[in-house]
Design a protein around this ligand. Structure first.
Ligand SMILES: *Cc1c(COP(=O)(O)O)cnc(C)c1O
Length: 389
């Protein structure tokens, strides 16, 4: 054969039987070859046949899906290109014009944006409730068009932990499906499907992958019927996980329990010390006894997580100075990686808001958000002390 043909058709044989790779193989292939027309036609019938095209399914992506389903105690899962891909995919697949969604008020900004957009463009009604009171949810859900309840295990940056057992039981009683964003807790601290949720969504970008090197998302389903209903819509949406991203995520997941232990231990130490510091007006961390969600957090979570926020007594200027003076912690968006990150909403994401508008949004001018990493805790505390000084 011509050298051009030989260059393209590289040797591609399965490895000889008797051994297998220890790590999940990275199948970086957009499409899969078949021996027969019937074989390809059969593969296109649904999500579970032979692989045909990686937007519809891929072996490395499937390994991640099975791993995440196992960690969350779900029947099955779908992996996505990002957390927002997972959230948009699930909402678009399950909602129709005229439906009602009851959501927790303190939601991730991107989820809030999708819900607002769905409400404006597709006539989907969105009602917000506190998340602390199942009776308020039941009242808001009193409509035969109520289709979904949307919650987060730990809200950002308040650290609110909604009453998942009460809310999920109420949703079940009323025949309303529930979606819980478990990104901040991870399945190490909470498994919402075990508490009665129908779907768990993740930004795997955060704790699951854990190394700030890959974007990804996932939806885990209590019942495989739900995955089969959502899958065709996600194939249309095209927010599928890339095999290499799935491979990196799997590599991260292997150390998730170890990392979560360190994130929680470091955050608990820093939260206590910050609360005792004279320049700090308030600390928001659900594992502190004076946090409004403390009792619920103790019931629902097995640790306080790695995200905390605190209000500097010096207000907006102090917050800005703090995030520019830290040396070990880095000023960056995102959370859940091995390194400690800080943001100051009043001088970054919310800088357009004046003092009154900030207060209305519930964000103190001196509020600093910290995603606590797995560095040595004394190095983190020294860094905080020098930045406060
Ligand atoms: C980051 C985040 C998302 C969005 O995930 P991406 O991977 O950035 O698309 C969704 N929910 C929560 C709680 C998040 O923290």
């Amino acid at each position: 054969m011509d050298i051009s043909t030989r260059a393209v058709h590289v040797v591609n044989e399965p490895s000889p039987p008797g051994s297998r790779p220890l790590s999940v193989p990275l199948v970086q292939s957009s499409a899969f070859a078949f021996d027969s027309a019937d074989g390809l036609a059969g593969a296109m019938a649904g999500p579970d046949g032979p692989y045909a095209y990686s937007r519809r399914g891929n072996p490395t992506v499937r390994a991640l899906e099975k791993t995440l389903a196992g960690l969350e105690g779900g029947a099955s899962a779908l992996a996505f290109a990002s957390g927002m891909g997972a959230i948009s995919g699930v909402l678009l697949a399950l909602l129709r014009p005229g439906d009602r969604v009851v959501a927790q008020r303190c939601l991730y900004g991107g989820t809030y944006a999708v819900l607002s957009d769905l409400s404006e463009r597709y006539g989907i009604q969105v009602v917000y409730v506190s998340g602390d009171d199942p009776a308020a949810f039941e009242e808001a859900a009193q409509s035969p068009r109520t289709r979904l309840m949307v919650l987060e295990t730990i809200a950002n940056p308040t650290g609110q932990v909604p009453d998942l057992p009460g809310l999920l039981a109420a949703a079940r009683r009323m025949g309303v499906r529930s979606v819980v964003d478990n990104s901040l807790a991870s399945p190490v601290l909470c498994r919402p499907l075990e508490l009665g949720a129908d779907i768990v969504v993740h930004s795997t970008t955060k704790y699951l992958a854990g190394h700030s090197d890959v974007l990804g998302g996932a939806a885990v389903f209590a019942d495989d019927e739900l995955r089969r209903a959502v899958w065709p819509r996600t194939v249309e949406l095209g927010a599928c996980a890339d095999p290499f991203a799935a491979w990196l995520t799997l590599r991260g997941v292997a150390t998730l329990p170890l990392r979560m232990r360190e994130h929680c231990a470091n955050a608990a130490v820093l939260a206590e010390r910050l609360a005792a510091h004279p320049d700090v007006a308030a600390v928001h961390y659900p594992w502190l006894a004076d946090h409004p969600s403390y009792a619920t957090a103790r019931k629902v979570l097995s640790g306080g997580g790695g995200l905390l926020s605190f209000e500097l007594a010096g207000g907006r200027e102090a917050g800005r100075a703090f995030i520019e003076r830290v040396r070990v912690a880095q000023l960056a968006l995102s959370l859940g990686g091995v390194e400690t990150l800080v943001t100051h909403p009043a001088s970054t994401s919310h800088r357009e808001l004046d003092a009154a508008a900030l207060e209305a949004a519930g964000i103190a001018g001196g509020l600093v958000r910290m995603s606590v990493g797995i560095e040595g805790v004394e190095d983190l505390w020294d860094d905080i002390e020098q930045a406060l000084a």
